[in-house]
Design a protein around this ligand. Sequence first.
Ligand SMILES: [Zn+2]
Length: 80
Amino acid sequence: MKSGKCPKCGSSDLSPRTWTKMAFVKKIICQECLYVELWADNPEQAGVSRRKLVLVYCVVFGITAALVAVPWILALLRDD
Ligand SMILES: [Zn+2]
């Protein structure tokens, strides 16, 4: 899409490149079919935000696992 054509419908009626709320990530929207493409200009910086994303995912997964595990462990203890 950076080449100026929508990969989905082939239209060249694209929105100007705009920054997203995600750091270093830009987006283009096809005005024809509303296909959205996101990319990072600097792969190194994208790597940093991907690592941050993985970290956030791990924390969220850990909290979710704890919330599931604690009642399960308590139930096991109660049965014994
Ligand atoms: Zn399109």
